[in-house]
Design a protein around this ligand. Sequence first.
Ligand code: ADP
Ligand code: NG1
Ligand code: MG
Length: 486
Amino acid sequence: TALARGKKRLRWRRARSGEFHAKMEVDYIWGTSSNNVPVQKLEQHFREKFQSCQPEYYVKVPGRVNLIGEHVDYCGYSVFPMAIDQCIVVAAKRTNDRQTVRLTNLNSDRYENVSQNIADISADSLGKSPCWSNYFLCGVKGAREYINESQLKAVENIGFFFAVTGNIPESSGLSSSSALVTAAAMATLVGYGVQIDRLQLAEISAKCERYIGTAGGGMDQAIAVNAKQGYAARISFHPLAVKQYRLPSNTKFIVAQSLAVKNKAASNDFNTRVVECRLASQVIAKRLGFDWKQMTVLAALQKRSGSSHDQMIELVHRHLHVDGYTKKEVCEILSVSEDELNKLSLTPNTMNVTEFFLHQRALHVFEEAKRTERFCELCENSGTASELGRLMNDSHSSLRDLYQCSHPDLEQLIEICKRGGAYGCKLTGAGWGGCVVVMVSSEGADDFVKFVKDEFYAKRTTCGKSVDQLIFATNPSEGACMYATP
Ligand code: ADP
Ligand code: NG1
Ligand code: MG
């Protein structure tokens, strides 16, 4: 099938006047890697909630773990993630209920049912609350923004039934949010019968997730859509590009939850980091006499100045002081009023931040960009596990000390992983809790997992979760796919 062969285009049949073509060209063999997602239960739930209707198609989008290149995607630098088995699954059916999306979740104790007129989904309403349905509706909106006026007209009578389930540990840095948003965008486009390229699907999903309020970079959606089974990927931006990489054969990657969770859209911590990087770029640009308003990402600044990573690191030391910057000081340097700065550089939830650590954040980004390049080189040239592990350790130290996005519980877990004989370990995703990713030798993996279970999980309450869900070995999984019911 097109997807199983990894072809670039998802070839969905065009929908004509509301008629659904059940025989799609894309049908993925379901079950081979749906990793304990209860598809049967989802189908039953779908029938119960939606007048005994059967789903017409399913969409499955995986979470991801990032091996290196943390907090650099929104600065324009490459990242190195792989998709995991855990995923979001959406069961879908188009209805004649004009423009109404009805949304239900298999976990109905936790996630409320929602019914929403599609045309009323607005950026304003999505940004008001990071509730689960708003993530989904971001995806629906993103899909509709992608299609043109005449396509919109052709689908104006279509409504949807959507039922959702998933097993990506949420708010833990494995990108459950982006899997949900991307699955929603994909399910909507499939229903509309609109074709889209995988890279474009990744881009529209990254863009529409920002309606929830986080100014993310696009790594999560790019790997969720473009991952290939057995491969990690180097993802680069502007323009978006994906290069597949084999990982060293004698190693295994273990993911372990710190048990501290962090919803990224519920506080301004994530966006504060994004904005600190933006301001660092603009302040250095101003010092160098460039058009600083255009220099919103550090990679653009590097390109404009024609410098190497090391030269950028020198510029950080020369032009950015270690103490925090007040907003007033930034305004003085850039010769703008606070109102102008709000408009040019800040997000609604960072306008009241009083102190910006530009030196530390920019230093992390340039050094992490350099480490990521090195990591890719080592993967290409049979680098040793120790060399790769060292880069992961350095990445983590930098995230903890310069980026200040770790968590005390996660630090304990890191310390135990190191004692357990890891080649390398680091937090993955945005941080402030969430998961660590650990590189271990293949033959030592079982002993390592047992060690961490005894030293970390046995000493904590795990909120009813089985320990095997909290620490597991992971292999690179396949990206987003769909399945049309026969
Ligand atoms: P992550 O690191 O997992 O991406 P985020 O804070 O970005 O964490 O997003 C987590 C949010 O995504 C949750 O609060 C919830 O609203 C939504 N979410 C994740 N998984 C599911 C699911 N299975 N069902 C419904 N909503 C989900
Ligand atoms: P998580 O933790 O999965 O929400 C976030 C961003 C990524 C990236 C990482 C840090 C979103 C949707 N995701 O991931 O773009 O910046 O943090 O490397 O904003
Ligand atoms: Mg997220």
